[in-house]
Design a protein around this ligand. Structure first.
Ligand code: NG6
Ligand code: CA
Length: 533
């Protein structure tokens, strides 16, 4: 195989990384940036659980994701920063723990942009080092500055925080507006049919799930009973913009096509690129393309995962076709743990059979249990990152510092200290370096801290607000327990993750000194502006 100049320098990148450690504080990678920068492709699942990928032992077959693991590195202790989407994405892009921003919670579809334009982000940092950057897929980080007029320029947004190209759904696939945003503009909008959105009250005269439940393809809870689009009632109300409406079943093809177009253009220009490919599967509503229906054997949720796996296969095939595979660092991971029933009765729970999407771990999306944040994380860079498994503790918050380094642009000490992002390049792409010593994770209304042995879950007054019907409740707590998070109405919990990875035995009462030490660590981290050295 003929190797491009960037491939030939890949070994040099590794050597540079190795020679730098442990002095991550260095501001100079000591390498020829123009030659050594790999392309970076982050494929970000939406609610893909730890064991939703067959490489992690799950029952749903995901051959394309598994192929990344087969000649890449599979991490067993990788976490999203949070058990929900917006905070995890915020953290991945800014390198800051989400609790540092009061607004970093699940956002409505008309929320203002969460990330300050012009601030340090993963895309802005890579862009300033010569990368062409793009985001394609689910956004859910807010847009504009409040009171968005969808009929004109919608900004600030991704283009103002470091992405050079963006093609998105504004929030989630269960939230209005059900349209694509191409750069600053809603795609295919007819000015004669202006688009309006509300999260306060019904607007316009489009059918809603509340008034017309029979018009829906499957039943929804009260929250998901707003405007009906494509036979599915959504969260919020939309009026107008009929020509711009998405078709859920075509979304995977649409996103994959746009992503491949970007890659082709950048490869033709022979410039390093960064693509944040943000899948919408298997988040509700699960409406995979017809060609995936029935293919998983595990109902609609399984089929949506098979569709996501197909997207991964399309992207890697494009890289192969363009001869870019060995120039490209691919990461597959997910924004939070799995959920079965998340507002629609689509049969996911019934059809899951024996498939357990969080595997041996307790809980799922929303919860502080491991199932909430411990997610698949596979790093693939053929010819550079060897194959194998790593149990280094890593978090998506670390990608800013880590990928900055891999991309030839380590963060300056000043920039790094305003973040929580640790440079774990050696663990990610080098010779099995160490992971973090401790990590804070966030669930709905609460925080936990873990190290190599212990996990401390802080007392959480907001727990009681999380309701019945959540899959993790059904899975682990029995139907009598209305709470999705640990330790009902109680104080702190402590688990020995080494001996009890399923978090079955709360040993806080047996180890008060350890619990107190962990709590003090957590409080110290909360009090600081950032934790990176
Ligand atoms: C919740 C929605 C849920 C899902 C979630 C966001 C209700 C009752 N539930 O508020 O269906 O949309 O937000 O998921 O409205 S996430 O993966 O983007 O965080
Ligand atoms: Ca999610």
């Amino acid at each position: 195989m003929i190797q491009s100049p960037r491939v030939r320098f890949a070994a040099f990148v590794l050597a540079s990384i190795a020679s730098l450690l442990p002095s991550c504080a260095s501001g100079d990678a000591g390498m020829d940036r123009s030659d050594a920068r790999p392309n970076i492709l982050i494929i970000y699942g939406d609610d893909v659980g730890y064991a939703d990928v067959s490489a992690y032992g799950g029952e749903i077959r995901t051959p394309n994701i598994d192929a990344l693991a087969a000649d890449g590195r599979l991490f067993t202790r990788a976490h999203a920063s949070s058990a929900t989407c917006t905070p995890s994405r915020y953290s991945l892009l800014t390198g800051r723990y989400p609790f540092r921003n009061d607004r970093a919670e699940i956002l409505p579809g008309d929320a203002p942009l969460l990330i300050e334009p012009g601030s340090l982000t993963l895309p802005s940092h890579l862009a300033s080092n010569g990368y062409e950057t793009a985001v394609v897929g689910k956004w859910h980080l807010g847009l504009g500055e409040g009171a968005i007029d969808w009929n004109h320029e919608v900004k600030p947004g991704p283009l103002e925080i470091g992405f050079g190209m963006s093609y998105l759904i504004p929030a989630t696939n269960d939230r209005v507006p059900c349209v694509y945003l191409d750069g600053h503009h809603v795609e295919n909008l007819d000015p004669a049919d202006p688009l309006r959105v509300s999260y306060e009250e019904k607007i316009g005269d489009w059918a809603t799930g509340t008034e017309n439940p029979d018009a829906c393809r499957y039943p929804a809870d009260r929250q998901h009973s707003g405007t009906i689009v494509n036979g599915i009632s959504r969260i919020g109300w939309q009026d107008g913009g009929a020509s711009a409406l998405w078709v859920d079943e075509a979304m995977a093809d649409r996103f994959t096509g746009r992503a491949i177009e970007f890659i082709e253009q950048r490869e033709a220009a022979d410039e390093p690129w960064f693509l944040f490919f943000s899948l919408h599967q298997p988040h509700v509503p699960r409406l995979p393309n017809q060609r995936f229906l029935g293919t998983s054997g595990f109902g609609l949720r399984g089929d949506a995962i098979v569709e996501a796996d197909w997207c991964v296969g399309q992207l890697t095939a494009a890289l192969d076709r363009l001869g870019a595979r060995e120039d490209t660092l691919v990461i597959f991971t997910s924004d939070n743990g799995p959920v079965m029933n998340d507002g629609y009765n689509d049969g996911a729970l019934r059809d899951r059979g024996t498939h357990d999407p969080s595997g041996r771990y307790r809980g799922g999306k929303y919860t502080l249990w491991e199932g909430g944040t411990r997610v698949p994380f596979i790093v693939n860079w053929p010819g550079t990152v060897g194959s194998g498994t790593s149990d280094a503790l890593i978090c998506q918050v670390d990608l800013l510092a880590t990928l900055g380094r891999v991309g030839g642009a380590p963060l300056s000490a000043g920039a790094r200290r305003s973040t929580d992002s640790l440079d774990l390049a050696d663990a990610l792409v080098g010779q099995r370096g160490a992971g973090r010593r401790e990590l804070v994770t966030q669930g709905v209304g609460g925080l936990a801290i873990q190290d190599d042995t212990w996990k401390y879950i802080a007392p959480n007054p907001a727990r009681a607000s999380f309701g019945r019907g959540h899959w993790s409740v059904q899975k682990h707590e029995g139907s009598g327990n209305p709470l999705g998070s640990p330790a009902i109405g109680a104080g702190a919990s402590l688990f020995d993750l080494t001996g009890d990875p399923a978090e079955a035995d709360d040993v806080a009462a047996d180890h008060p000194a350890i619990a107190a030490r962990m709590r003090a660590r957590l409080e110290a981290i909360l009090a600081r502006e950032g934790t990176a050295p």
